[in-house]
Design a protein around this ligand. Structure first.
Ligand code: C2E
Ligand code: CA
Ligand code: CA
Length: 738
C-alpha cells in the first residue's frame, strides 16, 4: 500500500517537474522570440532610415544642384534659348539628369537634345513659374515614353520669373540606387504617396508587379492583408514610422518611413523569414542546447536512478538474503509470512527450530564444518517445504518455517520426518555424533495476524522443547503463555520486592559429623512478601538468574551476612563460618570481586568467617573466566565450596583446575546411599576428596541412617533437615548460644 502510494507520488512528482519545465521553456522561448522581434524591428528601422538618407541625398542633392544652375543662369542676365542650352550642354554630363530643358512663360520646352515639347500644363512648370523649385510626380517622358520625375527651378531676371529650368530624372536610376543595399537582395523598396499611389515601384521579382496603388496591390495579393492595409493606411495618415506584416505568397515586413520629400513615404519590404532567420537560428540553437541539456540530465538521472536501484538491491540482498546458506533471512520471512497468510486461507503453522547443542558442533568439528551443517539443514528444511511454504534462517542455528496443513497431526509427522532427515548427516567417520534438532510449533489461530506474536509463540514452544530433555518438538498452547506471563510478572515483582526490603536471609546450620556441634551455616535467601507469605527460592532464583538480578540479591545476602557475623562476633557469640551462594551470573561481571572485598572490609569481619558456594555447572559456559575468578577469590582468602557436586558434567575436570576447599555432596547422592551402586559412588567420591585434601559436606541429610552412613565413610560436615532446616536469624542465634 505504502509502496503504491510512493510510486504514485513519484510519478506525480516527475509529471509536475516536466510541466514546470515545459512552462518555463515556453515562457523562455516566448521571451526570446519577443526580444528577437525587437531586434528585427530595430534592424528594419536602421536599414530604412539608411535608405531614406540615400533617397534624400539623391533627390534633394539633385534639386539643390538644379537650383544652383538656375541661379547662375539667372545671374548671367538676358540670354537667347540657344545660349542657355549651350551652357547646359556643357555641364550636362556632370549630373545624373537625363537632359536639361528650358522654357519661357509660354511653356514650350527647348531641350539640350534639340527636341521641343509643350509643358505648359505640367504642374512643375506652373509651380516653378510661381517661383518655386519643385519635383514632379512620376510622369511619362513626352519624348521617349520613359518613366521620369522632373526637377524644375525658376530662372529670374531682376526678381521676375522669366522661365523655368527643367531636368527629367529617370525613375530607373532611382530604383538602381535603392536596390543596391537591401538585405542581401531579399529586400526591396517602394516610394509611395500618402494615399498609397505608387511613386516608385520595384523591379524585384517578388515585388508587386505593375503596382499603381500599394493598398490595391496588397488587397489583391492576399485576403489576409485586410488588417495590414488598414494599419498601413493609419501609419501613412499620421505620417508615422512603423511596420506591418503582409502576405504576398510569403509573409513580409513592410516598414514605412516618411521621406520628408513632398508627402512621399519610403516603404522597405523584406520577407519575415529572412529577418527571422537569424533569430530562428538562435532559437533553434537554444532548443538544441535545451534538448541536449535535457538528454544529459535524463542520462544523469537515469544513471543515478540505476545506481540507487542497485544500491537498494544490494541493501535488500543484505537484508533478505542469508549469506551463509544463500537462503532467506528472518526479515524476508516476516514479509513473506504476512503476504502469504493474506493470500492463503489454509491453516498455518509457524515453526522455529534449532539444534540442541550446535555450539558443541563448532567446538568439536570447527566453524567450517558448523557452517556446512547449517547449509545442510537449510537444504533439508527447504526440500520438505511444499508449494508456497517458506523457510528462513535468522542467526546461528535458528531456522523458521511457514507450513500449511489440513490437520495438526500432519505437521507433527512432517516435523518428525524433517528431524529424521537432519539426523542423516554424518559429521565424522570416526565419531558417532547425532544432530539433535528441536522444534517449537505454533498453530496460528484465526484472528492472529501479528507476525511478531506468531514468532514469539513458536519461540516459547521451542524454549520448552529445549528444556525438556530429548524432546523433538513442543506445541504452543495458551497455558504455556499463561505460565510465561506469570513468570514475567514474578520477575517484575522481584525488583520491586528488593527495594521494598522483602528479602531476608535464612541460615541453615551445618554440623560436625563427629562432634555433632555447630560447625558452619549456609545463608539462603528468602522472599517474605508484605503479607507475610514466603516465596521459595526454587521459584524466584531461576527467574532472577535469567534477568541477572540475582547478582544484586547475592550481594545483598553477602552484605547482610558480613554485618551479622561482625555483630555476633562483637557480642562474643561463638560464631562459625557462614557460606554464601554465588550465582553463575557473576561470571559476566568479574568486577564483583572488588565490590565483595570492599563490603567485607567495611564490615570488619575476618575473611575466614565468610565462605563462597558456587555450583559446578557454572563452569560449563565460561571455563576460563570461571577458573580465573575462583583463583582470585581464593587468593583473597575466601574458602571455596563446590555446590551440588556430582550434578554437573565436569566434576572431575574441575577438581583439577580449581582451588576447591570443600565439596558439597549433592542431595541426590545422599538420597541414593542405600542402593549398592549409590553407596559405592559415595565411597569413591569420599576417597578421591580425601586424597586431594578436600573436605566434604553432605547436603540434604534427612534421616539418622543417612547421617550415620555418611559419618562412617568420613564425611566432615552434615547439612540437612535431620539437624536443622533453614531458619531466621534470631533462631540461628539461639543455635550459636547452645
Ligand atoms: P542450594 O544452594 O543447593 O541450597 C540448598 C537447598 O537445599 C536449600 O533450598 C535448602 O533449604 C535445601 N535443603 C537443605 N537441607 C535439605 C533437606 O534435608 N531436604 C530437602 N529437601 N532440602 C534441603 P532452598 O533454600 O529452597 O534453595 C534452593 C536453591 O536456591 C539453592 O540451592 C540455591 O541454588 C538457590 N539459592 C538460595 N539462596 C540463594 C542465594 O542467596 N543466592 C543464590 N545465588 N542462590 C540461592
Ligand atoms: Ca548452596
Ligand atoms: Ca546444594
Amino acid at each position: 500500500m505504502k509502496r503504491k502510494r510512493d510510486s504514485i507520488f513519484k510519478v506525480g512528482y516527475v509529471i509536475g517537474l516536466l510541466m514546470v519545465s515545459v512552462v518555463a521553456f515556453a515562457w523562455y522561448s516566448h521571451q526570446l522570440k519577443d526580444e528577437l522581434r525587437g531586434l528585427v524591428r530595430n534592424t528594419l528601422k536602421e536599414v530604412s532610415s539608411q535608405n531614406v538618407l540615400v533617397m534624400q541625398k539623391e533627390i534633394e542633392g539633385d534639386l539643390a544642384a538644379l537650383d544652383e544652375i538656375a541661379e547662375r543662369i539667372s545671374d548671367m542676365g538676358e540670354m537667347e534659348e540657344e545660349e542657355i542650352l549651350d551652357i547646359l550642354r556643357q555641364i550636362e554630363e556632370r549630373y545624373s539628369f537625363k537632359r536639361f530643358g528650358f522654357c519661357r512663360a509660354d511653356g514650350i520646352l527647348h531641350t539640350t537634345v534639340d527636341e521641343m515639347a509643350d509643358v505648359s500644363e505640367r504642374e512643375y512648370f506652373k509651380a516653378s513659374m510661381r517661383g518655386e523649385s519643385c519635383i514632379s510626380d512620376p510622369l511619362i517622358d513626352l519624348m521617349d515614353g520613359e518613366e521620369i520625375i522632373v526637377f524644375s527651378a525658376p530662372i529670374k531676371y531682376d526678381g521676375e520669373v522669366i522661365g523655368v529650368l527643367c531636368a527629367p530624372y529617370r525613375m530607373d536610376s532611382l530604383k538602381d540606387v535603392m536596390e543596391v543595399s537591401s538585405f542581401e537582395g531579399e529586400g526591396y523598396t517602394y516610394v509611395i504617396e500618402r494615399d498609397g499611389d505608387k511613386i516608385m515601384d520595384s523591379t524585384h521579382p517578388t515585388s508587386f508587379q505593375n503596382m499603381t496603388n500599394i493598398f490595391k496591390s496588397m488587397t489583391e495579393a492576399d485576403e489576409r492583408n485586410y488588417q495590414s492595409v488598414e494599419d498601413l493606411k493609419l501609419l501613412l495618415e499620421n505620417g508615422e514610422t512603423g511596420y506591418v506584416i503582409f502576405y504576398n505568397k510569403v509573409g513580409k515586413y513592410m516598414y514605412s518611413t516618411p521621406l520628408g520629400i513632398k508627402d512621399w513615404f519610403l516603404i522597405d519590404v523584406v520577407p519575415v523569414d529572412f529577418m527571422e532567420n537569424t533569430s530562428n537560428y538562435i532559437i533553434h540553437r537554444t532548443y538544441l542546447m535545451c534538448g541536449i541539456l535535457a538528454v544529459v540530465c535524463a542520462v544523469i538521472a537515469f544513471v543515478i536512478l540505476q545506481e540507487e536501484r542497485r544500491k537498494k538491491q544490494r541493501m535488500q540482498n543484505l537484508l533478505y538474503v542469508d549469506e551463509l546458506t544463500g537462503g532467506n533471512t528472518l526479515a524476508r520471512f516476516k514479509i513473506e509470512v504476512e503476504r502469504r497468510t493474506q493470500v492463503h486461507y489454509k491453516n498455518i503453522a509457524i515453526i522455529m527450530m534449532d539444534l540442541d547443542d550446535f555450539k558443541l558442533v563448532n567446538d568439536l568439528f570447527g566453524y567450517e564444518e558448523g557452517n556446512k551443517v547449517l547449509r545442510f539443514i537449510y537444504r533439508t528444511l527447504q526440500e520438505s517445504c511444499r508449494e508456497e511454504e517458506f523457510v528462513a534462517r535468522s542467526t546461528a542455528d535458528r531456522f523458521y518455517l511457514l507450513l500449511f496443513y489440513e490437520e495438526e497431526k500432519e505437521i507433527r509427522q512432517r516435523i518428525l520426518k524433517m528431524a529424521e532427515n537432519i539426523q542423516q548427516l554424518r559429521l565424522s567417520e570416526t565419531l558417532e555424533y547425532l544432530l539433535h534438532p528441536v522444534f517449537g510449533i505454533h498453530y496460528v489461530q484465526n484472528g492472529d495476524d501479528n507476525i511478531e506474536d506468531m514468532l514469539d509463540c513458536a519461540s516459547l514452544a521451542h524454549n520448552l522443547a529445549k528444556q525438556a530433555r530429548n524432546g523433538i518438538y513442543k506445541v504452543y498452547t495458551d497455558e504455556i503463555k499463561e505460565k510465561e506471563l506469570q513468570k514475567k510478572q514474578l520477575s517484575d515483582q522481584i525488583e520491586y520486592a528488593y527495594h521494598n526490603h522483602e528479602f531476608v536471609v535464612y541460615y541453615q546450620p551445618k554440623y560436625d559429623s563427629k562432634t555433632q556441634k555447630l560447625a558452619g551455616a549456609e545463608a539462603l535467601v528468602r522472599w517474605r512478601r508484605s503479607d507475610g507469605q514466603m516465596v521459595s527460592p526454587g521459584l524466584f532464583v531461576p527467574l532472577a538468574e535469567e534477568s541477572g538480578f540475582v547478582c544484586k540479591l547475592d550481594e545483598y545476602v553477602f552484605r547482610e551476612v558480613c554485618i551479622a557475623q561482625k555483630r555476633w562476633l562483637d557480642r562474643g557469640l561463638g560464631i562459625v563460618p557462614v557460606s554464601v551462594n554465588l550465582s553463575r551470573r557473576h561470571l559476566d561481571n568479574p568486577d564483583f570481586i572488588d565490590e565483595y572485598k570492599a563490603i567485607l572490609d567495611e564490615s570488619g569481619v575476618p575473611i575466614e568467617y565468610i565462605q563462597l558456594e558456587i555450583t559446578e555447572s557454572a563452569m560449563f559456559e565460561k571455563k576460563d573466566e570461571f577458573v580465573q575468578i575462583m583463583e582470585k577469590l581464593h587468593d583473597l582468602g575466601f574458602m571455596i565450596l563446590m555446590d551440588d557436586f556430582g550434578t554437573g558434567y565436569s566434576s572431575l575436570m574441575m577438581l583439577k583446575s580449581i582451588p576447591i576447599d570443600v565439596m558439597k555432596l549433592d542431595k541426590s547422592f545422599v538420597d541414593d546411599y542405600d542402593d549398592e551402586r549409590g553407596e559405592r559412588i559415595i565411597r569413591c567420591v569420599m576417597r578421591m576428596a580425601q586424597d586431594l585434601s578436600i573436605a566434604i559436606t553432605a547436603e540434604g541429610v534427612e534421616t539418622e541412617d543417612q547421617y550415620k552412613f555418611l559419618t562412617s565413610v568420613g564425611c566432615d560436615m552434615i547439612q540437612g533437615y535431620y539437624f536443622a532446616r533453614p531458619m531466621p536469624e534470631e533462631e540461628y542465634e539461639l543455635r550459636m548460644r547452645a
